[in-house]
Design a binder for this molecule. Structure first.
Ligand SMILES: Cc1cc2nc3c(=O)[nH]c(=O)nc-3n(C[C@H](O)[C@H](O)[C@H](O)COP(=O)(O)OP(=O)(O)OC[C@H]3O[C@@H](n4cnc5c(N)ncnc54)[C@H](O)[C@@H]3O)c2cc1C
Length: 749
């Protein structure tokens, strides 16, 4: 008990002084009460306790025997909870990963079952998310506010308490250091050095300063003054609950879709107001420390799993949305996908010259290049393995410079080199008078009766939003000629549903590009010059191998916390060994253009199961990734399956490799019945949950992005895509947003 204050809040949970220091995503000291020493091994695992250390074989696969999964998961959770405790102590290299992973599974399993009651309530929240604190309008800080109803659903509220120790396990730092990092060979990248290499203009002004209003530090009067100063008509609440604000276009979300729409519409002369629930950060704020950064920059603090516990979801929630935390891969929509969407889905925009021009405009604005001065370790591994096997390997274009080598973009690019919407489109937007309201969450859209005009029975006239500040007592009623939902594929459906829309496609048809990971260990000794470096250094995705028409192999960014939470638990000793090898363990993932469709049925409530065909594709992709690792010279390779399936490569014969690969499967989540092994898929690409369709029977919105139910309401984000795109979707989402917002601008003229 007793996380130290820092960053945005003081030790008593009250907000600290505003300004840069409060904004910065700091490493926070989280001293422990029992002083859990680094390297301390928890003895909870039945197999480990019985002397079942890591099992390895030379030249053949190994597995642990069948075990009951859930009791084991619960036991691990219990241990991490007892530490609430333990959660706030220096992370135990031996137990942290497994505890975290199993707790993650249990947290999300319990979300549905509502079965496990928390034994311990945290009295303090180690890293506070102001977003969370204010989401339900609760006053006060820290855990108290969480207790008082920051989360609407009581079951979710209980679960959040279990997530806190989980996060602390992954992020513990003292004075920006973590004793375990040294043992793993990890160190937080030296941002100052990197900035020197990529100097940005020395200025005290941040790129969005002329247009951003950060609600967190304001009270009612200051908010209204700021909005009025930025050219918006405001009417303070007199007796009611709402301040009124007027604009031409209200856009919810500032990510790939929202950022582009804001720029296009503001440049066309319309008064644009962007409502973004996340905060505004710049390279000076980014610490590259995993735990607190995930907490502040990711949806659900980075711990977001489907309710049926198959897939871990990653989505950005900050000014810039996903584009502020993504991995820079900037791939144009493949021609055959455009043909399919235009021909089979009756959506002419995808077959138009305007769409191709939009891709050109987007790539030009993001200064996309496929040049890369030096690849990072993981990409070198993929490239070398492919070349050794005679497989094609492509360069991946990026929205950063050729020399961009920071590897930390997933926690906000500390060098300022990556060109997210926060440094490109939103800058254009504010230069044309757009206002960005950061730390403000849209709650519902406002509709009027439309007397059946255009077949749409409703007309959208704006939205209601809540600011994330204790000082702001009233909600905002934002009146707009056009409203655009650009909340991303996970959050647009709840906004539309909560506002009363009923089209059956709202929330359905969710595609995730599920990902399954392979790893390969390349010892430091005997290191060949071509494979130097550490797994967390260098551009995140610079090389790609296509396995089949719908499966590709790329490389991820995994900080030590994410690594520890994803690798399987075999024993304390094994986990220590894995963490010791962390920096020289390369990961490559198979990503599938999924045919299966999931659903978003509430905020933070997602159901998803890959189809049998998707699993087969993933399995083939995973095997290919393992072959590539072996061909690249890995000493050991493996998967994330719960039994720790792995192969020692030294002296391995072809037949041994084939026998091992035959054993490789893509296991489903721990809640699936009838299997003794499990693994979690991951997804950073969410698409299709409010898809475009040629009629209300085919989609939630029409081919121009306008809701089939409400005139004046548009969707402009990843949820529009009719199917999965099959490659990293940023350029597709931005290009589509560009086309649609050009049309909207014309219709408003
Ligand atoms: C870790 C990671 C790595 C990725 N790597 C790549 C890559 O290399 N290449 C690539 O092409 N794609 C990548 N992606 C995917 C890509 O970033 C997303 O597909 C893209 O950002 C989605 O755009 P969007 O407009 O749909 O939503 P987002 O960009 O997610 O924007 C949605 C915004 O809406 C805000 N919001 C949500 N609800 C509300 C509300 N009610 N009120 C106010 N604001 C709200 C959110 O805070 C968020 O900022 C990655 C994603 C992640 C998370």
């Amino acid at each position: 008990d007793g996380g130290a204050g820092g960053g945005g809040e003081g030790a008593d949970g009250t907000p600290s002084a505003p300004g840069a220091e409060a904004r910065q995503i700091h490493a926070r000291a989280l001293p422990g009460a029992d002083g859990g020493a680094p390297g301390h091994v928890r003895r909870a695992h039945p197999v480990a306790a019985a002397g079942g250390g890591p099992r390895r074989a030379q030249g053949h696969a190994t597995r642990q025997g069948p075990r009951a999964v859930l009791p084991r998961i619960r036991r691990r959770l219990h241990h991490s909870r007892r530490g609430c405790g333990a959660g706030l102590h220096p992370v135990r290299v031996g137990g942290g990963g497994a505890g975290a992973r199993h707790a993650l599974a249990t947290v999300h399993a319990a979300r549905h079952a509502g079965a496990v009651r928390p034994a311990v309530r945290l009295r303090r929240v180690p890293v506070r998310a102001p977003l969370r604190r204010h989401a339900g309008g609760a006053a006060g800080g820290g855990a108290q506010a969480v207790d008082q109803g920051a989360v609407a659903h009581p079951r979710q509220d209980r679960l959040r308490h279990r997530q806190e120790p989980l996060w602390a396990l992954l992020m513990v730092v003292e004075n920006s250091e973590n004793p375990c990092w040294k043992a793993t060979g990890f160190s937080v990248p030296n941002v100052k050095e990197q900035r020197k290499k990529h100097p940005t203009e020395a200025t005290t002004l941040r790129p969005l300063d002329s247009g951003v209003v950060e609600t967190r530090e304001l009270d009612d009067a200051a908010l209204l003054t700021s909005l009025a100063e930025k050219g918006l008509a405001v009417k303070p609440a007199t007796s009611g609950d709402y301040h009124a604000v007027e604009c031409d276009v209200a856009i919810v979300g500032s990510g790939c879709g929202g950022g582009v729409a804001a720029a296009v519409l503001a440049s066309a002369g319309h008064k644009v107001l962007v409502v973004e629930k996340g905060d505004y950060f710049t390279p000076d704020d980014y610490s590259s420390v995993e735990g607190p950064s995930m907490e502040r920059l990711y949806e659900q603090g980075g711990i977001f799993c489907t309710s049926n516990v198959t897939t871990v979801l990653y989505a950005g929630t900050t000014v810039g949305g996903g584009s502020a935390v993504n991995w820079s891969a900037s791939i144009r929509t493949p021609r055959e996908i455009l043909q399919e969407w235009s021909r089979d889905h009756g959506l002419p925009v995808f077959g138009s010259a305007a769409y191709v021009q939009a891709m050109d405009a987007v790539c030009a604005r993001l200064a996309v290049t496929d040049g890369c001065r030096e690849e990072g370790f993981q990409n070198k591994v993929v490239r070398r393995g492919c070349e050794a096997l005679g497989l094609p390997v492509d360069r991946v274009p990026r929205n950063s410079s050729e020399g961009h080598h920071c590897g930390s973009c997933y926690l906000g690019c500390p060098t300022g080199d990556k060109r997210g919407t926060d440094t490109t489109w939103l800058v254009d937007a504010v230069e044309h008078g757009a206002v960005i309201l950061a730390g403000c969450k849209a709650e519902r859209l406002i509709f009027q009766n439309n007397s059946g005009k255009n077949g749409r029975s409703k007309k959208c006239v704006g939205l209601v939003a809540t600011c994330m500040s204790n000082g702001i007592t009233k909600k905002l009623r934002i009146e707009a000629k056009v409203s655009i939902s650009a909340c991303g594929a996970l959050m647009t459906p709840p906004l539309l549903r909560n506002s009363g829309l009923r089209n059956r496609h709202v929330g359905r048809n969710l595609h995730l590009h599920p990902v399954s990971m392979a790893w390969g260990y390349f010892p430091d000794t005997n290191q060949e010059p071509q494979l130097t470096g550490k797994c967390y250094e260098g551009g995140i995705i610079t090389s790609m191998h296509r396995v089949t028409e719908r499966t590709i192999i790329e490389t991820p960014a995994l900080g030590p916390g994410a690594f520890a939470s994803l690798v399987p638990w075999e024993s304390g000793r094994d986990m220590k060994e894995r963490m010791r090898r962390y920096t020289r363990t390369a990961h490559a993932f198979a990503l599938v253009r999924d045919h299966a469709a999931g659903s978003v049925y509430g905020e933070g409530r997602v159901h998803y199961s890959p189809s049998r065909g998707d699993i087969e594709e993933l399995r083939d992709g995973l095997r290919r990734a393992l072959r590539i690792m072996v061909a690249s010279g890995a000493a050991e390779v493996g998967t994330h399956r719960s039994d720790g399936l792995r192969l020692r490569c030294k002296g391995v014969q072809d037949k041994d490799l084939e026998a091992f690969l035959d054993e490789v499967t893509v296991a489903r989540g721990p809640m699936q019945p009838g299997t003794d092994t499990w693994a979690l898929l991951c997804s950073a690409h969410q698409m299709g949950s409010c898809r475009m369709g040629s009629s209300p029977k085919e989609g939630a919105v029409d081919g121009r992005g306008e809701s089939w139910e409400a005139e004046g309401l548009y969707v402009c984000d990843g949820s529009l895509l009719p199917t999965a795109v099959g490659v990293n979707p940023m350029i597709t989402i931005q290009s589509l947003a560009y086309c649609l917002s050009m049309d909207i601008a014309e219709s408003l003229a």
